[in-house]
Design a protein around this ligand. Structure first.
Ligand SMILES: Cc1cc2nc3c(=O)[nH]c(=O)nc-3n(C[C@H](O)[C@H](O)[C@H](O)COP(=O)(O)O)c2cc1C
Length: 258
């Protein structure tokens, strides 16, 4: 399969076999991550491999009890990391830097690029992956659990393992014109935005209908539209975002990134 076809066939996997991942393969996947572009080639990221049951049980709690954390043999936590680099600067009497918000963002970009390379490489070996958005919403507790030092903050995680489900259909994406702006940003009319989201709404609602009990849950919460679901208490509520944002700002301060 060409790389383009591979990318267009990506599907997140949410049920896993416990089959271990060969150690050499796992290291090769991370090597693929390391080959990704990196700002100044500083490789201002790192990854913590969680394999032990006890550690994954703790991560399961921190990641909102998403079962795949317990099923899959490996959880990879990708971090924006300037700790190693700053130690190296200090050892060599260089000026200190990177303990600032820009440093965090640069490390985050490196970490996400690396994670996506690992994801693509894993899929090319028949493994499944799923990102964990809960990495950011529990970043303070995950930092403690993984004993992350200052200027190291977790930014995303990947569950990696052999799929134990019928490989799902590729998930719908918005039409390209939703994403592309020629030369300058086109804010679009309300009608154009509604057109862009029409099929997204239909596909999403049809998917909810296939999840046992989901429509009852939506009805109980008086949710009749996909857009309402996204910002409801069942998904990404404003309150949840505000709480996580405040925690992240505090974490960045305590990790000396601000
Ligand atoms: C940063 C990020 C965080 C995510 N967090 C979760 C998560 O916590 N749980 C989950 O089941 N899926 C998670 N996903 C997977 C998305 O739901 C999935 O990518 C999206 O629905 C599109 O489906 P696809 O990956 O199969 O194409 C996450 C994806 C990204 C990029």
């Amino acid at each position: 399969m060409s790389i383009s076809d591979h990318l267009k066939n990506h599907k997140s996997i949410r049920q896993y076999k416990s089959t271990p991942i060969d150690e050499a393969l796992l290291k090769d996947l991370i090597h693929c991550g390391q080959r990704g572009s990196s700002s100044g080639n500083l490789q201002s990221w790192s990854v913590v491999i969680s394999r032990e049951r006890e550690s994954r049980e703790k991560l399961y709690e921190l990641h909102s009890r998403q079962k795949m954390i317990l099923q899959a043999p490996v959880v990879l936590t990708f971090c924006s990391d300037f700790y190693r680099i700053r130690r190296w600067l200090k050892i060599n009497d260089a000026k200190g830097s990177f303990d600032d918000f820009l440093g965090f963002l640069v490390g985050m970009a490196d970490a996400i690029i690396a994670a996506q390379n690992v994801a693509i490489a894993a899929e090319s070996h028949g493994l499944g992956i799923c990102y964990m958005g809960t990495t950011l919403s529990a970043a303070d507790e995950i930092s403690k659990h993984l004993k992350l030092p200052e200027t190291v903050v977790p930014v995303t995680s990947l569950v990696v393992g052999y799929p134990d489900e019928d490989i799902p259909e590729v998930r719908y994406r918005l039409p390209l014109e939703a994403i592309i702006h020629e030369e300058v940003y086109d804010p679009k009319t309300d009608e154009e935005i509604s057109d862009i989201y029409r099929e997204f709404e239909e596909q999403a609602w049809a998917r909810y209908a296939r999840i046992p009990g989901m429509l009852d849950k939506l009805e109980a919460a008086s949710i009749t539209h996909v857009a309402h679901f996204y910002t409801s208490d069942l998904k990404y509520s404003k309150k949840r975002h505000e709480t996580a944002s405040a925690m992240l700002l505090e974490l960045l301060r305590s990790k000396k990134f601000m």
